[in-house]
Design a protein around this ligand. Structure first.
Ligand code: ZN
Length: 341
């Protein structure tokens, strides 16, 4: 028996990380979250060029569609290929048929000029009519001037800021740094080390698998007054799987919690991008019920409709050849790994 649902939304993704699987191992085993950033992700993002970004986004978008995710809110960083990068990602997603909200993660890690170029990429993309937000890596890698500049740029376009907040203990100071800058359109990603009454405005984006993988702790997002939505932090876009994991992690924390809580976080993604509610996903079996889905792995879409267009039919994407996308992405992964090795 098939069942139909609205489109799934991944409220925090890094499409640039899709090629990272199988990358050369770091020089030593990372001992904590900051090490993971320095030895893995900041090594990877520095090596990216626009062609790698394009195929990483194509594969990420394809994988999203294959799991019924019609909308990706992306957060991008490529310090040696900043200019034009958001358009490359937007074009790749459009080619596959997945809706994307782009942002470039501004940071002062590469000096004031790097931060300026990151802000300019956000501005250029928004000014050209791109669907986006203003991205910021995190308060702990930005000066006060950059944080204020990002908030001001976002306000001038009437969009929010998409920023990692208190993911690791290195960013504990984020509420003080961001005080007075946030509003309800911001995405506060992770919030693991935020106090219950942190005072920041915006939607908290919970990424349970990533938080477990980085051993940063449990965000316990039910404690916040803010709305909460679910993201993957770059580990695919299988939102039913992320929901199951969010449920299991919430249950480990509090055995009295039902799956309705994690389900409400999944559904809140559609408050961020309301058109996703009009998208349609026909699943090969099942029942759109939190208790059923919390214990049912492997649901596959048969048909996906985005903005009225059938972008996935009979279990296959209609606009791209998945074999070719995987082959081209694999070529780009080899180029990337050669640079990293
Ligand atoms: Zn992230």
């Amino acid at each position: 028996m098939t069942t139909r649902s609205a489109g799934m939304v991944c409220a925090h993704h890094h499409l640039y990380s899709t090629l990272a699987r199988g990358m050369p191992a770091p020089s030593r085993t990372p001992a904590g979250f900051t090490d993971i950033l320095e030895l893995i992700w900041w090594r990877l993002d520095s090596a990216l060029d626009l062609e790698m970004i394009r195929w990483s986004a194509m594969l990420g978008a394809l994988e999203a569609l294959e799991r019924g995710c019609t909308t990706v809110i992306d957060h991008h960083e490529s310090p040696n290929a900043i200019e034009g990068s958001l358009s490359v990602i937007a074009d790749a997603c459009a080619e596959v048929g997945v809706r994307v909200v782009c942002a470039y993660g501004v940071t002062d890690r590469h000096g004031a000029d790097g931060a300026r170029r990151g802000l300019e990429e956000n501005r250029r993309f928004l000014a050209e009519g791109g669907r986006g937000m203003v991205g910021v890596h995190a308060a702990f890698t930005c000066t006060d001037e950059t944080l204020a500049g990002a908030a001001e740029l976002a306000s001038s376009f009437g969009v929010g800021v998409h920023i990692h907040v208190a993911e690791g203990s290195a960013d504990r100071d984020a509420p003080r740094r961001l005080e007075g800058l946030t509003n309800d359109s911001w995405l506060l990603v992770h919030g693991v080390h935020l106090s219950d009454t942190h005072g920041l405005r915006g939607t908290v984006i919970h990424n349970p698998r990533s938080n477990m993988n980085n051993s940063v702790g449990y965000a316990a997002p039910a404690r916040f007054a803010n709305p909460v939505a679910l993201g993957t932090d770059g580990i695919g876009a299988d939102m039913l799987e992320e929901f199951r994991l969010a449920y299991a992690r919430s249950r480990e924390h509090d055995v009295t919690v039902g799956p309705e809580l994690a389900w409400s976080w999944l559904e809140a993604g559609r408050d961020l991008v309301p058109e996703a509610a009009d998208d349609s996903v026909l699943w090969h079996h099942g029942d759109v019920d939190p208790w059923y889905l919390a214990f049912t792995p492997g649901l596959s879409p048969v048909e996906v409709i985005v903005d009225g267009d059938i972008v996935f039919a009979d279990g296959q994407p209609t606009r791209v050849d998945p074999v070719e996308v995987r082959a081209r992405a694999s070529e780009q992964a080899e180029r990337l790994f050669a640079r990293l090795g």
